[in-house]
Each structure stands twice: as structure tokens, then as C-alpha cells.
Design a protein around this ligand. Sequence first.
Ligand code: SAH
Ligand code: SF4
Ligand code: F3S
Length: 461
Amino acid sequence: MEQKIFYIKTFGCQMNERDSEIMAQSLSGYGYVEGMDVNEADLVILNTCSIRAKAEQKVLSLLGYLRKTKLSRPTMKICVAGCVAQQEGARLLARMPHVDLVIGTQNIYNLGPLLESVDKEGSRVVTDLRDDYDIPQFLPKLPQRKSGHSGKDRNLQSPSTFQFSKFVTIMQGCNNYCTYCVVPYTRGREMSRKAKDILEEVKTLVEAGVREVTLLGQNVNSYGRTNAVAGDGEPYSFSDLLKEVSNIDGLARLRFTTSNPKDLTDDLVRSFRDVKNLCPQFHLPVQSGSDRILGRMNRKYTAAEYLEKVKKLHEYIPDIALTTDIIVGFPGESDDDFQQTMNLLEAVRFHGSFSFKYSDRPGTRASLFDDKVDEGVKSERLAVFQKRQDEISLLRNSEYVGLVKSVLIEECSDNGAKGRTDTNHIVHFPDCAGHVAGDIVDVRIVHAGQHSLRGEIDNKH
Ligand code: SAH
Ligand code: SF4
Ligand code: F3S
């Protein structure tokens, strides 16, 4: 079979990253190898995101560029996958006739056969969404990398190309219908993967040398709630899954994302204390500090309830690092509502946050609200929030100076080394002091910046 080159560009969240891996791996069975230059590719895949208008515009402008590329190389195929593909479907093909395949979020496992059918029949749009979607088992194939300490093993492959931390999707879709959000429309109904499939995938990763795994879902707290996930159909919760995954031999670190605060149970809070390997780091998106706005967002918790959960988390795990997502300028947000978001930021003092200006998304309820906030006001509020968050992040990071933190080394080179603390902070250090990427070492923190730390490996500790 003649070898063809594919190029894949991924936008959006970690779930899209994992989906891109799946598409890339499945293409190898159809005579493709991955290339790094879009201008040389026989097949270009854009795995797209639709969460805000800006994300979608990026995709459309890249497609505009590819229209010209294709004029000079007509054999090049263009495939649009991900959330924009799901949302726009046939409309996308009508606007962009140079696209060959529009493939929905639940159809990626069929990419190879669909490309073959494009060869025979021309452009296609395949965006079926099923309510009873059964997520196929697709085991990752990684190059072997033993994390042992023998010198020979270490040189088997370049450590810089090996990812010691991987994402594992545990559920897809979302049933929450927050009024601003497209995800329930682009990813379909909430569906959990079978526990045994997830355990098998994590084992496969760990056997290949992966040290850290992040379990992915739009709302992991509701894992196992909408469909049976245990073999015998018995109730099985996210905390049960965490316990089982953490017991996999050789898994050093476990994380998960994302959780809706409304579903954060005491049981899950206790997991941070009781489940070995579960890192003391938690992304808990609050979106707003105003109860009126939270109500209009359909988030189903109040600011006081959120703060109560934060208090409980701190009681069980005093050193937990909390991060969040914030939307400013949601329709109807007044100066006072925004001030309540700032008050919540002061009350929690998040280690970090992702903050966004509200953006209208097609099909969502909020896009129909008529009290939209002026763009200029949104920009001002975003700047105020981000300035204060940056100050708080620096103060929070400064609390680590002088402490010894456990760090998973990601990169070791003559120019310096880099890793991540259990609290998910990036740490730079001058050298690996006899260790290699993939090792977990003690690092004494000597300096804190807004977005990263600096330290030195502490072999004596
Ligand atoms: N499932 C996750 C969120 C996934 S989307 C959860 O519920 O926490 C990631 C973030 O994008 C959201 O937390 C929200 O802050 C932001 N976001 C989603 N829709 C948006 C919109 N229409 N405008 C601006 N930000 C949005
Ligand atoms: Fe979107 Fe809300 Fe679902 Fe998160 S919980 S994906 S914000 S609808
Ligand atoms: Fe974007 Fe879809 Fe993820 S909209 S954030 S790629 S679920």
C-alpha cells in the first residue's frame, strides 16, 4: 500500500486531544503516517472546538487558507471533525465545498472506512448522534518505555518524545444544559464508559511507562449515573472508579477533570484524602459569584454552597490547589453581580483560573436572552478579574518557596529541566541530578512566578 501523510490539528479541550490520538492511531491501519507540515499532507484533519465564537472563527479562517492550498494540490483531502463539525454538519460543507468529510463527535471510530467512501463517492457529512451511544474500546498503542533505573532502558528511546502523562476519557456528552453551553448539543447525551474498559486502557498506558493519568468527562461526578458501567449492573460511582484506577500497579499519579460543583459529593471530597495517588489538585468551575447569574446559567448551586464545598475540601486536604473557570459578562450581569464574582475570588483565592467573556453560541438558551452585556464592559471586567487573579496566583505560588515538592520530570536536557508538582504547577530546574524524564523526584522550590515555579532537585530529602 502506498504511504500517505496526514496532518492533524487539534483545537479545544483535552477530550479533543484524546479523540485526535484515536483518529491518528486508526489511520495507521489505512496506510497513513503522521506529518508535521500541513503543506505536505495528503489528508488534513481539523479537530475543532465550538465552545466560544472565537474558537469557531479560528477553524473557519484555517479552512479559508486550506481552500487556497487545495487549489494548488487538488488531491489533498480535508476532514473537519469535533464540535464545529457536529454543530454545523451540512451547513459547513455548503459554506466550504472544498471540505471532503465532516465527521461528528461520535463517528470518529469510523474515520478510515468513511475516508474510503469519500474516495469512491465524493464529499460526505456524517454527524449522527445516538442517545444510547456505546463508546467503543480503543486501546492506545504507545512505544514501550520502561521507567526502571537501568541505564540501558533509559536510552531505548528519546524521553522527550514520550508523554508520561495521558488523558483517558471516562464519559462523553453532558445532560446539564447550562444555558450558555454548546457541549450538550455537540457531544450528545451523557454516556459513561464501562469501568472494565477504562481499567484496561489505564493498565495499557501504565505498562508502556505512563506515570500519570487524567480521567476526562464534562461532569465526572455523574459517572455511572445514566447507564450501567459495572459488569453485573450494580451501582458504581465515580469514587468507586477512582479507587480501582488508583490501585493499578505502577500508576504514580491520578487526576480528573471536570466537575460540576452541584454534583460534588462528600464521598468524592473524601476521595482526595483516601485514594492513594489522587493528586491534591482540583479544577472546580464556578462560572460566577452571583446567585442571580448562577440561576440564569442553570448551574443549580449558589455561591454560598460553592464556598461550603471549598471549606470542606480544605478541611480534608489543607494543601489542595484549587482552580476554576469564570465567565464574565453573562447576559444581565450587572456591576454588582460582577463584584460578587470578585468577592468569591477573594474568598477562595484560587491558585489559577481560566476566565472568558461570555460568547453567544447557536442553539443555547442564553443566546436568546435579550439583556446582552456590551463588549467593552465585558473586556473591562475580564481585565479586572485577570489582573487580580494574576496577583493571587503569584501569592499562592510564593507559599511554595522553601518547601520540597514531589515533581514528575517531563523534560531533561542540557539546557535545563521541567516537571510538574502534584498540585499541577510547572517547575523549572537547572538539571536532573542523575534522574531521567518520567522519574518522580523531590524538588526544593526556590522561586515563584505567576505561572510557574523554579527549584532544585533535593536528592537528600
Ligand atoms: N464541563 C465543564 C466545562 C466545559 S467548557 C464544566 O461544566 O465545568 C469549559 C469552560 O468554557 C466552561 O467552564 C466555561 O467557563 C467556558 N464556556 C463555556 N461556554 C461558554 C460561552 N458560551 N461563553 C464563554 N465561555 C464559555
Ligand atoms: Fe457545558 Fe454545563 Fe455540561 Fe459543563 S456541565 S459541559 S458547562 S452544559
Ligand atoms: Fe470545545 Fe467541544 Fe471540548 S466545544 S471544549 S472541543 S467538548
